[in-house]
Design a protein around this ligand. Structure first.
Ligand SMILES: C[S@@+](CC[C@H](N)C(=O)[O-])C[C@H]1O[C@@H](n2cnc3c(N)ncnc32)[C@H](O)[C@@H]1O
Length: 208
């Protein structure tokens, strides 16, 4: 792993560990404004799912909130939550201690491929990294999602079409058209860009 990547993981993990400590297992504890936005994001990401039975790697799972969104549908076989913040993984393990449908992994890479991989909110907080560093980092993580998904993956990013007065330096705003092109060229012919759900972000769906 490169030094840049390692230092990103360290800084980002610390950022989110502090959020969890301040707000507990709540949307604010993973730096969202509230449960409504968190759930809207899950609904977008879940559009990648079409298989009648599936397993899922949730990269940047936080305390595992997406499991609760997916669990009512019996198609879900196994949920694997992966997070670079040890505190998030411990929270998830405690929260679902007696539920064999979930596994939590501390780190950035799944242990095995799943039917799908999803990532909600992992490309937003860049702290001090410049545009070129963050793009390289982000596409490196997407390569991992591609590698560890047999049927497809989905993720969200803050959009470069956000209102200028609301934008913050420590956040990264992705050009959705550039990323759409990147996903088409590198991962699959079947890519959907969802940019119509009322948040300052978009979701990319990559079907294999
Ligand atoms: C905005 S929070 C969202 C948590 C969860 N996905 C949700 O929506 O409730 C992002 C989480 O991703 C984790 N994270 C950020 N980058 C990551 C990476 N490259 N690999 C794994 N986890 C990451 C952070 O530690 C944090 O817990």
């Amino acid at each position: 792993m490169t030094d840049t990547r390692q230092s990103i993981y360290r800084d980002v993990a610390q950022y989110y560990a502090e959020k969890l400590q301040a707000h507990g297992e709540t949307p604010q504890g993973v730096d969202w404004n509230g449960v409504e936005g968190q759930t809207v994001r899950f609904a977008q990401l879940a559009q990648v799912i079409t298989a009648p039975a599936y397993t899922i790697n949730d990269i940047g799972c936080g305390y595992g909130a997406m499991y609760e969104f997916l669990a009512p549908n019996p198609a879900l076989q196994q949920y694997i939550g992966i997070d670079i913040a040890a505190e998030m993984i411990e929270a998830g393990q405690r929260r679902y201690a007696n539920n064999a449908q979930l596994t939590f992994v501390h780190g950035s890479t799944p242990l095995t491929p799943a039917t799908y991989s999803v990532a909600s909110g992992i490309f937003n907080v860049r702290l001090g990294r410049n545009d070129a560093e963050w793009w390289e980092y982000m596409t490196g993580v997407l390569d991992v999602m591609h590698q560890y998904s047999t049927h497809g993956f989905s993720f969200n990013c803050l959009t470069s079409y956000s209102d200028a007065e609301k934008m913050r330096d420590y956040l990264y705003y992705t050009d959705p058209c550039r990323l759409f092109d990147y996903c088409k060229r590198h991962y699959s012919r079947n890519v959907a860009l969802l940019h119509d759900y009322g948040l300052y972000e978009f979701t990319m769906i990559v079907r294999k």
